[in-house]
Design a protein around this ligand. Structure first.
Ligand SMILES: Cc1cc2nc3c(=O)[nH]c(=O)nc-3n(C[C@H](O)[C@H](O)[C@H](O)COP(=O)(O)O)c2cc1C
Ligand code: SF4
Length: 518
């Protein structure tokens, strides 16, 4: 009898001992003379259960977690006897947290072996590309437009429109740039996907290349993601060996190849024009727009820039799924959103669901409230530039427009939870300080304004003349919002003002006094 077991190789699982659990499983199997086929997939995204060990059974995969080395002998006994175990979670697919999701982008993550292109193909991989190779550039872009896909990096720009602009940008060298900088606090979906299903990212980028007439792609990954860099490089090599990258991909007339570039780690290098500068080997500072990167991007050539999740949604759409994708979601937010739950939350992890789920459902039902057991007080959605929402706004549905209507943003889908011990004045100060530290320095409202903003928050907390100081801070925030060259300076006021609006008591202000100041 051969035991086929799965222990994740995802960084999140490795951080809590997945390698040690895998090694112990191998050692014990050898000691007991058992045949073991050990696969190292990505994570299923249930991080509070990592390292999660799974085993193949006739009924499907059965999960155990969270495991330690000490649990492995008894888990092995339970596997062999098909008996119970305190850490046994039952059939993985039946775990309610997973079952409630609509996994279109993360459909294979945690299931396939990320080092095996055959496994990827056996699970439906490369069907989208095979379709695309039989289609015209226009029809590929029509499918992307029809799906309603919008950029998953933050701004939510319609992907098909961007691709069409690049396709129509004349002949000559064009580029596909995959933004895998993932600098937002509380986000990890790009990393999980690159580590757990790297061929999907490659497939999405290749389809983009065929659609717009680009033969070269770059993936820009932050240096803090060494496992993702390794996974992407290994997958690129495998795709080249099997004819899915390089000249005449799949014996077609199209050629496309990809290179990984590692960033040195600056938040601003996730901003698309800074990323281009960095990709070109320069310091990551923002370029003025126009020209748009779609007209004059990498090395001055027309370029598609999309987030990892945006490219990864494309294979499903091209595999006949454009309408099915568009059928999910609400309003102008179509398809699914991989949401990342983090911070002080009981069940943190990756939850992919159709747009429309409310913030309250996510935090209370899916996340299970705080890990500390104390009441949830605030949630920051959309990274360090996102608004802090109080419980009163928990009926906000996950939808770009619904969040914007409440002065917030969905962004890359990071949800960071805080309990009632949080000091929102400190959080507001931190937001300005973050902007001051990460500012690229190119424009004055952000470079100077963020430092002055942190000082103003200090003054408000000191409560000398709060009403007057709040008026100055609001004026400064408006200058940053309307005068900054890019969204780092433009959005930095959002967390600060949301903290002041929703949690005035933390600044020593009664709600009435704040309204008077407004
Ligand atoms: C300060 C700042 C940081 C950003 N960081 C990222 C990032 O880490 N990853 C990303 O995909 N987009 C990031 N963006 C958004 C990009 O500029 C760009 O809109 C995005 O990569 C386009 O891809 P999409 O249309 O697929 O979202 C950032 C924007 C700003 C202003
Ligand atoms: S807003 Fe800040 S990060 Fe953006 S260009 Fe200006 S100084 Fe640079």
């Amino acid at each position: 009898m051969t035991i086929r077991a799965f222990v994740p190789r995802d960084s999140g699982a490795l951080a809590v001992g997945a390698d040690e659990v895998a090694a112990e499983l191998c050692r014990l199997a050898h000691e007991r003379g058992l045949m073991l086929d050990l696969v190292r997939p990505g994570s299923r995204g249930l991080y509070w259960l990592e390292p999660m060990l799974e085993v193949d059974t006739p009924a499907g995969r059965v999960a155990f977690g969270p495991t330690t080395i000490a649990d492995v002998p008894s888990i092995l006994d339970a596997i062999l006897s098909d008996g119970d175990h305190p850490l046994k979670l039952g059939l993985t697919e039946e775990i309610p947290w997973l079952k409630r999701q609509t996994r279109l982008t993360f459909v294979r993550c945690g299931i396939v072996d990320p080092r095996s292109i055959d496994d990827y193909r056996a699970h439906g991989g490369y069907r989208g590309l095979e379709h695309a190779l039989r289609m015209s550039s226009d029809s590929i872009i029509d499918d992307v437009v029809k799906s309603g896909l919008r950029g998953r990096g933050g701004a939510g720009f319609p992907t098909g429109t961007k691709w069409r602009t690049v396709a129509q940008a004349g002949r000559g060298q064009k580029y596909i740039c995959c933004n895998a900088d993932e600098g937002d606090s509380g986000t990890f979906a790009d990393r999980m996907l690159m580590e757990g299903d790297p061929f999907m990212v490659i497939e999405g980028m290749t389809i983009a290349g065929i659609a717009v007439g680009a033969t070269k792609g770059y993936i820009y990954i932050r240096s803090e993601y060494p496992h993702a860099v390794e996974a992407m490089n290994a997958a690129i090599e495998a795709a080249r060996r099997t004819g899915y990258l390089g000249d005449h991909i799949c014996h077609s007339t199209d050629s496309f190849d990809i290179e990984v570039r590692v960033g040195a780690g600056a938040y601003i290098c996730g901003e698309e024009t800074s990323m281009l500068e960095s990709l070109e080997g320069k310091r990551g500072t923002v370029r003025a727009k126009p020209p748009l990167p779609a007209h004059k991007g990498l090395f001055g050539r027309p370029s598609v820039i999309n987030n990892v999740l945006t490219f990864s949604a494309v294979p499903y759409i091209l595999d006949g799924g454009a309408q099915a994708y568009a059928d999910c979601g609400m309003g102008r937010s179509r398809g699914t959103k991989p949401i990342q739950l983090g911070g002080n939350v009981k069940h943190g992890g990756l939850f992919e669901v159709a747009f429309g789920i409310t913030l309250g459902e996510l935090v209370d039902e899916i996340g299970g409230g705080t890990l500390s057991g104390r009441p949830v007080r605030a949630v920051q959605v959309g990274g360090p530039l996102g608004a802090y929402f109080p419980r009163a706004l928990f009926d906000t549905p996950f939808d770009y427009e619904a969040f914007a209507a409440r002065s917030g943003m969905v962004g890359h889908g990071g949800v960071v939870v805080f309990d009632d011990t949080v000091d929102m004045a400190k959080q507001a100060r931190f937001a300005m300080e973050f902007c001051a530290i990460e500012s690229c320095g190119k424009c004055t409202p952000c470079r100077i304004g963020s430092t002055r903003g942190a000082e103003m928050v200090d003054k408000i907390i000191a409560a000398d003349k709060p009403a007057a100081d709040i008026a100055v801070l609001e004026d400064l925030c408006n200058t940053m919002k309307f005068g900054s060259l890019c969204a780092l300076g433009g959005l930095a006021p959002i967390p600060v003002l949301s903290a002041l609006t929703h949690f005035p008591e933390d600044f020593g202000l009664a709600p009435r006094r704040l309204q008077a100041a407004e």
